[in-house]
Design a protein around this ligand. Structure first.
Ligand code: PLP
Length: 397
């Protein structure tokens, strides 16, 4: 009988990465906008509506600066606008992305202090309080937390970080990376006392990669006035002098037309409903993985149920089985794209993204194809995980 081994992929690729994510057709079409002057009043109307809409998603009434660049650009912009050479930053370890942000801070001339954490359990808030209380000289100027560690599938409660800072009476700024949480689960910049909220276009906002931004508090604006790290393109003061109050250079208008449509979709569904959809689909994935994990199958990487991520699940492979070999089978045989393990988790972990423009058939198609790929690749598991996902989805339909 013929096999599928050499067949060219046909049908639409199932894309189950944790970002970039699937882009709704209406957003793709909205991006296909003819070039126009970014000072054209018709565009400025769109621009201003996008800024207002994005502030509603961030849940802030304060400032917003936007950049042409991926999430790294917003990380860097936030650090250089708020800090001076030699300032200490306290990074709450969560995984690959907290480490990358720490490396960037070090390269920019900041002193990096870390609250170490087990990547499978996440940072202990008592350790955060202790680190802050020990900083008698108030050398730490910023605490940096990744709200959703995309590499491990773990949510870190930002409001608890704020509570730890308040309990220690520490005046540092609170910087939160919302790159893989914003628009997927609850984030409240103003209510949670976040001073800089970093976000990007290509995940919960369902846009192409290339736009990122920082929501900025009044307190952070005051710190910006005294921050001495070198900057030009990212300099918020330079941006404020421009009509758009962001973008020192050309404005990426196509992304704004896309953003206008993605904000319309989010608000049409309602943010609370968007979050509920992510929570329900995320739980379906977790129930499926919990079932597979019997018989020495892949396990949920995150061991802290209170911190399960509703936008991405990382699966730890059984000893002796390579995650990338499984991903290759999924991609080359069945045209399913899964996320890989990052940094030290490469080959050990694979990731299922469940954020953005997503519904039950997409989740079930992904899970079924992972189960099929495990069967073909000889990865042990308890068959029938998809049934567990279906049972949950039916129960909550
Ligand atoms: N922070 C988090 C939590 C991420 O998931 C990512 C990318 O996936 C980044 C930062 C870096 O963003 P970018 O790849 O858009 O530069």
């Amino acid at each position: 009988m013929a096999t599928t081994a050499n067949r060219k992929p046909r049908g639409r690729q199932f894309f189950a990465n944790p970002g970039p994510t699937n882009i709704p057709d209406s957003v793709l079409l909205a991006c296909a906008h003819q070039t126009m002057d970014f000072n054209d009043p018709a565009f400025i109307e769109v621009y201003d509506a996008c800024v207002a809409g994005l502030k509603r998603v961030l849940k802030t009434r304060q400032h917003l600066f936007m950049y042409t660049g991926s999430g790294h650009a917003a990380w860097e912009a936030s650090l250089v606008n708020l800090l001076s050479p030699g300032d200490a930053v306290l990074i709450l370890e969560s995984g690959y992305f907290s480490e990358s942000w720490a490396r960037m801070a070090k390269d920019l001339g900041l002193e990096v202090r870390t609250v170490a954490a087990d990547w499978r359990r996440g940072v202990d808030m008592a350790a955060v309080r202790t680190a802050l209380a020990a900083d008698a000289k108030r050398a730490i100027k910023a605490v940096c937390v990744v709200h959703n560690e995309t590499a491990t599938g773990m949510m870190i409660p930002v409001q608890e970080v704020r509570a730890a800072m308040d309990a220690a009476g520490h005046p540092a700024l609170l910087l939160a990376d919302t790159i893989s949480s914003l628009g997927s689960f609850d984030f409240r910049m103003d209510e949670w006392g976040v001073d800089a909220a970093v976000g990007g276009s290509q995940k919960g906002l369902m846009l192409p990669t290339g736009m990122s931004f920082t929501g900025v508090s009044e307190k952070a604006m005051a710190a910006h006035a005294n921050a001495r790290l070198p900057k030009h393109y990212f300099n918020w003061t330079n941006m404020l002098a421009r009509r758009h109050r962001s973008f020192v250079g050309t404005v990426p208008i196509a992304l704004f037309y896309g953003l206008q449509e993605s904000l319309r979709l989010l608000e049409e569904e309602g943010l609370e409903m968007v979050f509920a959809r992510h929570a329900r689909l995320g739980e379906a994935v977790r129930r499926c993985v919990a079932h597979w994990s019997g018989n020495n199958g892949p396990q949920l990487f995150c061991l802290n149920p209170a911190r399960y991520s509703d936008s991405v699940t990382a699966l730890l492979m059984p000893e002796g089985h390579d995650a990338d070999a499984l991903r290759t089978v999924a991609l080359q045989r069945f045209n399913l794209s899964l996320g890989g393990g990052l940094g030290p988790l490469m080959g050990k972990v694979f990731r299922i993204g469940h954020l953005g423009d997503l519904n039950e058939p997409m989740i079930l198609g992904t899970l079924s194809t992972v189960e099929l790929s495990m069967k073909v690749a000889g990865v042990p598991h308890t068959p029938g995980g998809v049934e567990a996902a279906i049972a949950w989805l039916a129960e909550t339909a």
